[in-house]
Design a protein around this ligand. Sequence first.
Ligand code: MN
Length: 736
Amino acid sequence: MDYTPEDEILIGRQFDKLLESCAKIVTNEEDWEIIRRAFFLAKEAHKGVRRRSGEPYITHPLAVAQIVVDEIGLGVKSVVASLLHDVVEDTSYTVEEIEAMFGPKIASMVDGLTKMAGVFTTDTSEQAENFRKMLLTLSDDVRVILIKIADRLHNMRTLGSMPPAKQIKITSETIYLFAPLAYRLGLYSIKTELEDLSLKYRFPEQYEDIRQKLQHTEVSRSQFIETFNQPIEERLQESDIDFDISGRVKSIYSIWSKMQRKQIPFEEVYDLFAIRIIFRPSPIIPEKSQCWHIYSLITDIYKPKPDRIRDWVNIPKANGYEALHATVMGPQGVWVEVQIRSERMEEIAEKGFAAHWKYKQATLSSDEDEFDKWLKKVREALNSPTESAVDFLDNFKTTLYTTEIVAFTPKGETRKMPMGATALDFAYDIHTNVGNKAIGAKINHKIESIFTPIMSGDQIEIITSENSRPKAAWLEHVTTAKARQSIKNYLKRYRQNNIERGKEVLEAKMKEFGIPMSARVFRKLLPAYDSKTKDEFYSKLGAGLINLDGVDKVLRENAASKTLKFWTIQLANPLKIFGGGDRRREKKNVPAVSAEEPDFSIAPCCSPIPGDTVIGYRNPETDKIDVHKTSCDELTRLASQHGDRITSVKWSSHKAVSYLSVIEVRGIDRIGILMELTQVITGELNINIREMHIQSHDGIFEGEISVYVKSIDDLKIVIANVAKIKGVEFVRRRLN
Ligand code: MN
């Protein structure tokens, strides 16, 4: 029996619901026919197969099709492709057969989806390279990506039935790639849901904590919103404006990121919600004018914060988003964000690209479509053959997620740049040759360095010289993928000069630190930068393959700065050590995977200790399992690219072994503070310190103390006791 009677009822209901939603996109009898045929084919093809949750497999393609029509707003062909999206991948049907039955267009979409499925399910470690190949299909038919996002959304909604290692792989890909992609395609609600679901599975406790706090504060919040909205509603009604007003609470993920970013508790996140006004525009007044009219009516009631107006009506975001945002002073002195948009803008905000497409024909705008511009950028990035796949992904992510500023060319043409972009980025955005030859910039008619960060509204003219060429140091002053890539390409082409350039960079850096060049310096530098000879080091440096960001740390012990008081304590021979590359450990005392006994190593990026939730990453270079905290950013990056190497690990008993952990401390400097720190930790608590780096300047001391602890409980005690020391203002475990 392939489908039980209960299955049939469940499937029938789900299909009826899909047909109901399709009523708004179907135009003729043929459309109904092709949807039905796709459904019956998929149902037949997936028969006998069940999802982990126990439901028949066909419920998955049905759910994806439902998302595609309801939440993304795509048409009949996309619904058909969604229903068939796993048929070629998982069953014996071929693309040729699909083509014979459904025509070439749908067959090519299914083909695209099948290839993409391969990217995320295979055990190959070449996931990054595959992802790049997948993005190449982006230019062929964006609907394929949109369906893939719907597919991912449904898998995230049903992630609960997956084992933890699989959850980490899937949530990592989601947060690293799919959420930014959804954002870039303008799918705000889907992006938000993907982020919230990722958080829910990666940090269940923190997610639940925020959710409950939101629930507890709901009543007082809606009272506030009501009081705030009332005078606005009256005023808009008097002015005969047809509108809806609502208070929108921020997503759990965005609250969580703000708490992380600013290191603040929930109670200090003041902008938990925003007010949204959606109006149906009157036919005689342009939408744009109406937005500003509503803005002026509101600011008659509440004073606006002048530097917090965001005008995405005149200049939409690169993903097509349009709205007018303002922050005003509400009752009780609370800042409140108000978002003003028309119904059309609202649909674009919710459904993104698909809605944009729909309105594109309707508008007379002669501008190149925002989305087309973005696609062009992606293609540019894809076409740089020198980049490794992993670099590409990192760059691509940067291009996806940044917030934008708008700058002007001397002719008044607008250019969108990511936040933090410099005049040099701007030069490269205009043309690679302009970037390569840039020597300076006139920003608002004033001459500035090409490294000057640009601000929204700046007018920029790039000054070039035939004799100028890119230098490795430029890489430190650009943020856009295009500039970075162009500079790297140039540097690679001119490798023969790299050694010379490397010398320049090092000399400049040493001058900056006031360190004379000597054989001693090189004895420290070469091993630190994995180079065998001076020339190798120079050439890497000159080509921009390495940078000198941490060089002061490398040289620190020899080059005590003159302006800083500086101590380094290195305790000789601490007992029972177990840390990073340390081999002295007993099998019993390391995190253990069930029966196997592979080699483990504690990842230095996040240094987990017993009590932390951890996950393993099979490191192909060392053949060991690196143990990371589940919250580690580096792990997220690795898991998104090599998900197959992720494995569950747990701590086993740990009697005698200690783990290295780093705490950060900061406070008011006074005589004896170091001694007291050392005493509290080693004396009273009997914990070994490996090293202590404390700097003191302007009456403040700050630094890091590396200690050996047996578990997270030990560490908590250390932190609590250090916090009690007079003068200590701040102490916490280093996050990484
Ligand atoms: Mn699927």
